[in-house]
Design a protein around this ligand. Structure first.
Ligand code: NAP
Length: 305
């Protein structure tokens, strides 16, 4: 699988990263283990987790299972994790990091993220812990996630930021306005999350049958009647391109992201082995410049930008 190397840290990210958010109930251990193994077999070498990922199985359960499953191939993998949102003080971060290393059964992390911008402690202070970890070669790259442009600029006054993790998709393009230019200026990599807008861009949900949309998604803007109406033309174009390229809608949505020169990797978040294989095989889909342009325009129409 194609790789993008973050500079200057040298961390190699495969075009697809397997993201381990979602459910981690003990009865899902077998499925979750199979998903991680399958991602590795598909050529995925970047894996994304977080201290807080473990719903159903307790905090850190995703890290634990990832560590257990990838133990024998650790050196071939890039592991990124994130400190929990409530932890902002440097000493607390250093302790949380030790716990993450233990759960992941490793003695270093490739990327360590601030998961969400804190509210109690200035970033410049929080990030001193990250500086220390990098100086000690316990982490290879420093990341921040869900930071606004001004928060990213403030963070950059404390330490060099190697990579960010924002929401970015055909239905979430805010970062293009003011964050992507900062990333270009400072050689910051971009790992994008929620590439299918929680499955909407896969075309799996009938737009005219609200009852078919899972309850948990209905409060989200794009799954409400107005959002569904706004995205209809984009979804239709994605479907037509999928037919033309003998691909799936999800592959078209991910391929569009991979055609954006500022994107380092796309984090896929499926809990379904067939979907994982489909998404990991996106490299076989090559969009034309016209396709990329048309998708971009349809997405602008949907977003009203
Ligand atoms: N930094 C952060 O704050 C943050 C926030 C959110 C996510 N993330 C990271 O990004 C990863 C991905 O985010 P996400 O889960 O929100 O991604 P997403 O792709 O927007 O949403 C995942 C949903 O899409 C569906 N899906 C995926 N591929 C599909 C396919 N081929 N066909 C049909 N449905 C498909 C999945 O269903 P199935 O399970 O049925 O395939 C799942 O319901 C997470 O695991 C996590 O690592 C980070």
């Amino acid at each position: 699988m194609r790789q993008n190397i973050l500079t200057p840290s040298g961390v190699p990210l495969t075009a697809i990263t397997y993201g381990t958010g979602g459910r981690w109930n003990p009865e899902l251990d077998e499925l979750n283990t199979a998903l991680i193994c399958n991602a590795f077999e598909q050529g995925v070498r970047s894996f994304d987790t977080a201290q807080s990922y473990g719903a159903g199985g307790g905090e850190g359960r995703s890290e634990e299972l990832l560590g257990q499953t990838l133990r024998d191939v650790r050196s071939q993998c890039v592991l990124s994790s994130k400190v929990a949102r409530r932890i902002e003080k440097p000493d607390d971060i250093l302790r949380a990091f030790e716990d993450s290393l233990r759960r992941l059964q490793t003695d270093y992390l490739d990327i360590y993220f601030v998961h969400w911008p804190g509210t109690q402690t200035p970033f410049t202070e929080t990030l001193q812990a990250f500086r220390k970890l990098k100086e000690q070669k316990l982490i290879r790259a420093i990341g921040v996630s869900n930071f606004s442009a001004s928060q990213l600029r403030e963070a950059l006054t404390a330490v060099p930021i190697d990579v960010i993790q924002p929401n970015y998709s055909l239905l979430a393009r805010d970062i293009e306005r003011d964050i992507v230019p900062i990333c270009r200026e400072h050689s910051i990599g971009i790992m994008c999350y929620s590439p299918t807008e929680k499955g909407l861009l896969s075309g799996r949900y009938p737009l005219d049958d609200l009852a078919a949309i899972p309850q948990a998604l209905r409060r989200r803007m794009w799954f409400q009647p107005e959002g569904l109406a706004k995205s209809a033309a984009l979804l239709d174009l994605i479907q037509r391109l999928a037919t033309r390229h003998q691909a799936t809608s999800t592959q078209i949505a991910i391929a569009w992201l991979l055609h954006q020169p500022h994107v380092s990797t796309v984090i896929i978040g499926t809990k379904d082995i067939a979907h994982l294989q489909e998404n990991a095989q996106v490299a076989s889909v090559t969009l034309t410049a016209q396709d990329v342009h048309d998708l971009g325009e349809a997405s602008r129409q949907a977003l009203g930008i």
